[in-house]
Design a protein around this ligand. Structure first.
Ligand code: GYE
Length: 331
């Protein structure tokens, strides 16, 4: 207690001294006059679980630079929604101009977004979505059409398996309750129910990370080897799964036992696809920065902006790719 009083008095004295000093030099240029006014953005990033996520964070920080007139404060929530709430509350206290949220899961956002709204701060949701009762709580949601991505995978698999008597599908799932997981799961589950020859033999939880993908696959493969297709909800889980398949002596890819479908289509995954190891890469574009900036500019100039902006995405097989395309991939 005594110590903090002392610290306080030292601080006050210092502040007074600065005050006297600056007021005494009113003719000399104030350091502040040279400072630019930045538009301050608080960005609650959900984590750093995947290559996709790293690219997404990079795209945001490369866009919202001081040179472009922004100050970007990034908080990494380490895949915990509570950490996102804490970061958002700090943004409110700091009085940022706008908050961007890449939410972990869809549920549970009403209360915190109400707090942000009461503070008069606009919100943009990127990547995954939030399931809130009132969508006035955010300006716009920019991200992928995850159901469409799943449907692209299903379409391709239909083509591949129309003559097969049975198709055993092993399903690796991302973070439960995240839009990317919910929609990619919906696509394959719906398709299974309408294809009598398809069977999802197991659903394993990989939480979108390579380590978890490897771990659950290794465990599963100890007892089960009868798999025709691996439907993996992101590239990093796929990489972990490939390692587990290698160790279990199960072949995959062209002329192999297992066909691999993966989501994201990062450079590494595309290279595997071109090398014949992965059969299908469904694209999920993380380069949100420029698009977010465009929308912020429109919002600041008083335009009404669309409530949901989807990014155009495709799917690739080996035949669609060239080495050049892989090299050009920026994530
Ligand atoms: O597919 C995965 C990441 O929500 C689109 O999250 C994102 C997903 C992406 O961890 O790699």
């Amino acid at each position: 207690m005594r110590r903090s009083c002392k610290t306080l008095s030292v601080l006050i004295t210092l502040l007074l001294m600065i005050g006297v000093f600056t007021s005494g030099c009113s003719d000399t240029p104030d350091a502040k006059t040279g400072d630019k006014e930045f538009y301050v953005i608080g960005f609650s990033q959900l984590g750093s679980e995947s290559d996709w996520r790293i690219a997404n964070t990079k795209s945001m920080s490369q866009t919202f630079t001081n040179d472009n007139g922004y100050e970007l404060i990034i908080e990494n929530a380490k895949q915990q929604q509570d950490n996102q709430f804490a970061a958002i509350r700090r943004f409110i206290l700091e009085g940022v101009d706008l908050i961007v949220i890449a939410p972990t899961i869809e549920e549970g956002w009403d209360m915190i977004l109400n707090e942000v709204q009461s503070a008069g701060i606009p919100v943009i949701i990127i990547d995954r979505s939030v399931a809130v009762r009132n969508d006035d709580l955010y300006l716009t949601n920019i991200g992928s059409d995850f159901l469409h991505q799943g449907e692209l995978a299903v379409e391709w698999l239909e083509d591949q398996t129309s003559d097969s008597e049975y198709v055993n599908i092993l399903h690796l799932q991302g973070t439960y309750g995240a839009t990317a997981q919910l929609m990619r799961t919906k696509a394959i589950e719906d398709a299974e129910s309408t294809h009598s020859n398809w069977k999802i033999v197991a659903q394993l939880y990989g939480d979108f990370t390579e380590a978890k993908g490897y771990e659950v696959m290794t465990e599963y493969l100890k007892k089960n080897k009868d798999i025709d297709v691996l439907y993996s909800e992101n590239d990093n889980m796929t990489f972990g799964a490939m390692r587990a398949l290698d160790e279990a002596g199960i072949t995959y890819g062209e002329n192999g036992q297992v066909k691999i479908i993966t989501f994201d289509a990062t450079k590494t995954a595309l290279q595997y696809c071109l090398d014949g190891k992965i059969s299908l890469c469904v694209e999920c574009n993380p380069m949100h920065g420029p698009l977010v900036e465009q929308l912020i500019k429109r919002y600041r100039s008083g335009e009404t902006i669309p409530k949901h902006v989807f990014i155009d995405e495709a799917a690739f097989t080996r035949e669609d790719l060239t080495q050049e395309m892989v090299e050009e991939r920026d994530y």
